[in-house]
Design a protein around this ligand. Structure first.
Ligand SMILES: O=P(O)(O)OC[C@H]1O[C@H](OP(=O)(O)OP(=O)(O)O)[C@H](O)[C@@H]1O
Ligand SMILES: Nc1nc2[nH]cnc2c(=O)[nH]1
Length: 185
């Protein structure tokens, strides 16, 4: 499917900036401070959830000041669309995390099906504890479970389709240096 770049540019031109660069960086700093305070002695395996978690993980990790191992996993249910479907595993973790603390790092907790499935998977595969960090938690009543929360959430955003800082609009604008909401979505 060919992409209409003029449309992609127009989406950015018309988007509402929910959090600017400085606000997102400050939020990442707060998340890092909380993780440093709580996980410094846990020797965790940190899993970046690709693709969306890439920018958050890349900004967060240098702010963590304790020993950890880094790996990635890739589970997706949006696949460049703005509505989620079934969870599809593109890459399961390769590094062993049996009897280890795991820290899952992702961009957004929306309905939470993705994070819940990843947490279940890590527990089932033998992690001793699973911690979760997201850059953004979206406010609405459609969570996969009513009490579904990340242990660490940088920002809370309104119920709109957002992009930037790793989050895409139709595969684009993961590079945007702020968090934006698509006009009309
Ligand atoms: O809380 P949920 O409603 O489950 O949605 C959150 C997930 O959706 C996005 O991933 P996506 O499937 O778009 O893949 P991507 O990371 O490659 O963009 C995002 O990165 C989260 O992993
Ligand atoms: N880019 C992006 N991905 C998502 N995955 C779940 N919700 C969202 C969202 O609002 N934006």
């Amino acid at each position: 499917m060919s992409v209409d770049l003029a449309h992609i540019r127009q989406v950015m031109a018309e988007a509402d900036c929910l959090f600017n660069h400085a606000e997102v960086e400050a939020a990442i700093g707060r998340v890092a401070a909380a993780i440093n305070a709580e996980l410094a002695e846990r020797n965790p395996v940190v899993f970046c959830v690709m693709n969306g978690g890439l920018v958050f993980a890349g900004k967060l990790l240098p702010l963590l000041d304790f020993p950890l191992e880094l790996s990635y996993l890739h589970a997706t249910r949006y696949r460049n669309e703005t509505r989620g479907g079934d969870l599809f595993w593109k890459a399961k973790p390769e590094i062993s995390f049996i009897d280890r603390d795991v820290l899952i790092v992702d961009d957004i907790l929306d309905e939470g099906h993705t994070l819940a499935a990843i947490v279940d998977f890590c527990r089932h595969e033998g992690a001793s504890a699973v911690h979760t960090a997201v850059l953004v938690d979206k406010r609405h009543q459609r969570k996969a479970a009513p009490d579904l929360k990340a242990d660490y959430a940088g920002l809370s955003c309104e119920d709109r389709y957002v992009f930037g800082y790793g989050m895409d609009y139709k595969g684009y604008w993961r590079n945007a240096a702020g968090i934006y909401a698509v006009k009309g979505l």
